[in-house]
Ligand binder design. Structure first.
Ligand SMILES: NC(=O)c1ccc[n+]([C@@H]2O[C@H](COP(=O)([O-])OP(=O)(O)OC[C@H]3O[C@@H](n4cnc5c(N)ncnc54)[C@H](OP(=O)(O)O)[C@@H]3O)[C@@H](O)[C@H]2O)c1
Length: 221
């Protein structure tokens, strides 16, 4: 059984991933900054605000010496109301970048000793196809830019970690019925999480540094 840490696991996709991994018997560490919406005991919980260096350092300190087989950087925000290329809420744009781009890297860097200690560890960021350069719709500019940026960051991370035997992937969870995706979205959260687990089960050094949808399709950046 693996030790799996999920950032942003108090609700939405992160919580469902935690629920499914825990049901399989894995040792799950659910990280969150806010209120736990689980309504039941699932794994262990740890405080983490992905925008806060001190919070990431405190998490790393609390987990020091403990091998972690899989880190899923799932925490993310959609960003400000006003985020078109002609009318931008600039502080809001910066905040999205901090959460969606720096946040995942902050978490993974803090936990590198734990990943290295595991041997053949894996890392994933929950990104979005909205960050793909193939997707040309001009809405949600800050969010799209953040997901494009985090894809590049994790592609580079994959290159850096390959020699150490750590595989890295960027994931598109589909359009999912969560607070972010809304009630009209295509997928139940259970379906998305089950698909993501399968993609991550198959993730190895031969598949590292790529962008996958929840159904296993490899996506263009
Ligand atoms: N739903 C979709 O259709 C969809 C599609 C493509 C990609 N995604 C991506 O999937 C991921 C999960 O989204 P979701 O649909 O589950 O959204 P959600 O229900 O809104 O959940 C977002 C999660 O991120 C956490 N979070 C946000 N900022 C944080 C911070 N600074 N520190 C720690 N945790 C933070 C939230 O915690 P709080 O409760 O504290 O806010 C919550 O747990 C996101 O990265 C999102 O961009 C979602």
């Amino acid at each position: 059984m693996a030790t799996i840490l999920i950032a942003g696991a108090n609700r939405g996709i992160g919580l469902e991933l935690a629920r499914q991994y825990a049901a399989e018997g894995h040792d799950v560490i659910r990280c969150m900054r806010g209120t736990d919406k689980a309504g039941e005991e699932i794994g262990e919980t740890r405080p983490l605000d992905v925008t806060d260096d001190a919070s990431a350092a405190a998490l790393a300190k609390a987990l020091a010496g403990r091998p972690i087989d899989l880190v899923i950087a799932n925490a993310g925000v959609i960003g400000p109301e006003k985020q078109s290329a002609t009318e931008m809420d600039f502080p809001g744009f910066l905040a999205v970048l901090d959460t969606n781009v720096l946040g995942p890297l902050r978490v993974v860097q803090a936990l590198l000793p734990n990943l290295r200690a595991a041997g053949q560890a894996r890392v994933a960021v929950v990104s979005s196809q909205m960050g793909s350069f193939r997707s040309t719709q001009p809405n949600f500019v800050a969010y799209r830019a953040s997901k494009a940026a985090v894809n590049k960051v994790f592609q580079c991370l994959a290159g850096d970690l390959k020699e150490e035997g750590i595989a890295v992937a960027a994931l598109h969870p589909g359009w999912v019925r969560t607070d972010m995706g809304g009630p009209g979205a295509d997928l139940a959260v259970e379906t998305s999480a089950a698909g993501i687990r399968k993609v991550l089960d198959d993730l190895d050094l031969g598949r590292t540094g790529r962008f996958y949808a929840y159904d296993g399709t490899e996506l263009e950046w």
